[in-house]
Every structure is written in C-alpha cells, then in structure tokens.
Design a protein. Structure first.
Length: 387
C-alpha cells in the first residue's frame, strides 16, 4: 500500500469522526434550554447553510483542487467545534452555519479525490473497491465516535464529546495537508465553463439527470429522518446516556453497507427493483419509529434504516462517478446534488418547526414521502437507475 492510498484511507476515517453527533440535541436542551422546535430550527439552519454555500464551494473545489478544498473544510470544522464548546445562543447558530459550510467543502472533493486517484494511479485500481473500503472506514469512524460518545457522556460530560471531536478535527487538518494534489483537465479554470459543461452534460445524458434527481429526493428523506432523530430521542423511552450506543450500533450496520453492496452488485442490474425495495424498507423504518413503544424496536428500526443508507450511498456514489464524463465539473455535480437535498431538507425542517409538529407526526410525513417516491418510480416504467 503506497503513501497516497494510506492518506486517502486516513482521510476517509477522520473525515467522519464526530463524538458529539448523538448528544447535539441533549446539549442544546440541557445546556441552553432549547425546546424541540428550537432544536429542529437550529438543525434547519445547518441545512440552509449547506444550501447557500454548496455551489460556491463546489466551484472553488473544481477551480482550486480537492486538496485545498478539504483543508478549508477541516479548518472550518475546527472553528465550528470551538464555537460549540464556548457556546452561547449566537455562537451555536454561527457554529451550525460554519459546520454546514465546512461540510460543503467535503461533499464533492471526498468522492472526487478517490476517483481521480484511481484514474491517475500507475497501478490498476478498481474504483468500486477503493470507494467501498473508504465508505466502510467512514462508517467505522462513526461507530468508533458513537461508542466513544457513549463512554464520554456516561462517565464524563457532554462537553468531553465536543473536546474529543476538536482533537479529531485537528488530526483531519494534518492529514489533508499531506494529501497528494491531483489535477485532471486542470486547464479549465473558468467558473462559467464549469457550469456550462455540467449542464450541457446532463442535458445530453438523460440517465445522469434522472440519477441526480433520484439521489436528491432520496437523500432529502434520509437526511431529514436522521436530523429529527435527535429530538425524537429526547421524548423516547431510551435513556439519554444510551444515545451514543444507539448511534454506534446504527453506524455498525451502515458500515455493513459496503459488504452488502459488493454482494448485491448482480442485483443492481435490476436497479429499479432494488431501489424500490430500499424505499419500501425506509418507509417501514420511519413508520416503525413513529409508533415504536419499546427501546428494542427503536434500536431495530434505526439499525435497518442506517444499513439501507450505507448500501445506497455507495450505490449512488459509484454510479454518479461512472456516469460523469468530464472531470472538470465532477465536484460541482456532487455539490449540486448536495444543494438540492439540503434545500429540500431545510425547507421540510422549517415547516416542521414552524407548525410545532410532534416528532412522531414528522416521521409519518417522511413515511408518506418515501411511499410517494416509491409509487412514482414504480408508475413510470421508463425510470430506471441502471442502464
């Protein structure tokens, strides 16, 4: 294994290390007295931040390269975590905005740098294999983070989870500094060319256009469900100190997504049916969470939900990279997808918070949206996510 490959695998791990995710909701409630609606509104601010900055940061990534983009994202992650630790209401909102901005610098370049590394490497590397390993490391990092969060909050305090995240972000910055600089089609350093190039490609490639829209709608549902899980757990029968354990098990199941993805590749030739099954399972999980009355059921539905997410994230990443023909707008393409689902998720969360919907009702709404997307895909026989 050569040095760039090691660095990419280290990047895959540390880019996902975050000990504070399971206790964000509890932190805002216990430390600052936020209500469920206020917590949802704060999470919506994150999604809105991603929406506002996704395209600009995607263009910056295509103009300056993946390495510089990842460095900027790492710095913003450090600053946002410091704001969370110092904490007052204003800094929390600023921290959420910077956290979202930092993530926009990660969204496209992470997938793109792996693809370009495989493409430019002297040895013949299988992209599906490398990206599968990278995603497994990401989910493993989340598993490690959530288990760490469980112990930090059970035997320490919530603030320790944020301090541990800060240390991990510093390691991430060091890793990004040593990443290789990979440039393909570097002569195209013009914003207007990049945007025109991308829209020209999706205009001529109907399959890529459909794939982008399906990814946006599917991720909107997944991300919204994950964000309201924080407030859902505040009123659930699950003891708050076990939030980290729940997230840990969920991440373990998500990490199994790469295993199932590789095993089920032959099924992906029946891509439409596979995608419909994923939507069906997601709708069952959301409906189950809306009606779950025991801790065991909550654990089961969250774990299955995360497994489906793990499988489909690999599936979409692989298909998108393979169907984007021009490297000069690869980051912008991923940024547009991220913009789309974060915009939809942000609007949905704002609607939930303004109308003071109960968390169970919010999961019912997501169930309806999942079923609606399933029925639409099933109705239009010509829609298929595989050629």
């Amino acid at each position: 294994m050569n040095s760039p490959k090691k660095l990419i695998y280290l990047l895959s791990f540390f880019i996902s290390v975050n000990f504070s995710i399971p206790v964000f909701g509890s932190f805002f409630q216990l430390e600052h007295g936020f209500s469920s609606a206020e917590i949802t509104r704060l999470f919506a601010a994150y999604s809105l931040s991603v929406f506002l900055f996704e395209i600009p940061t995607g263009l910056i990534s295509d103009l300056l390269g993946e390495k510089r983009s990842l460095i900027m994202g790492s710095i913003l992650s450090i600053v946002s975590t410091i704001f969370f630790i110092k904490g007052n209401v204003v800094l929390l909102y600023v921290g959420e905005i910077l956290f979202g901005l930092g993530n926009t610098f990660f969204s496209g370049p992470f997938d793109s740098i792996i693809y370009k590394y495989c493409k430019t490497s002297d040895s013949k590397l299988d992209y599906d294999n490398i990206v599968s390993n990278a995603y497994t490391l990401q989910w493993s990092a989340l598993s490690f983070s959530f288990l760490g969060c469980f112990y930090l909050t059970k035997y320490g305090s919530i603030r320790l989870a944020f301090l541990a995240t800060l240390i991990a972000n510093i390691f991430l910055l060091i890793i990004t500094i040593f990443l290789p600089k990979l440039n393909i089609n570097a002569e195209h350093k013009n914003v207007f060319f990049i945007m025109k190039s991308f829209f020209s490609e999706i205009h001529s490639n109907r399959f890529l256009l459909i794939l982008c829209f399906l990814n946006i709608l599917f991720l909107m549902i997944l991300v919204s469900g994950y964000q309201i899980l924080q407030t859902y757990l505040l009123d659930s029968p699950l003891d708050k100190t076990y939030n980290g354990l729940l997230y840990f098990l969920g991440a373990i199941f998500a990490s199994l997504g790469s295993f199932f993805y590789n095993k089920l590749k032959h099924m992906l030739k029946l891509g439409k049916m596979f995608f419909l099954l994923c939507l069906l399972f997601i709708s069952i999980c959301f409906l189950g969470l809306a009606n779950a009355s025991t801790v065991l059921l909550i654990f089961i539905f969250v774990c299955v939900y995360r497994l489906i997410w793990g499988i489909t994230s690999l599936m979409f990443s692989s298909m998108l990279n393979k169907n984007i023909e021009i490297d000069s707008h690869r980051n912008t393409a991923f940024s547009l997808i991220s913009l789309g689902y974060n915009l939809c998720s942000s609007l949905l969360l704002f609607i939930f918070s303004l109308n003071n919907f109960s968390i169970k009702y919010e999961y019912i709404v997501l169930t309806i949206l999942s079923i609606a997307l399933l029925l639409i895909c099933a109705f239009f026989q010509k829609i298929s996510i595989i050629h």
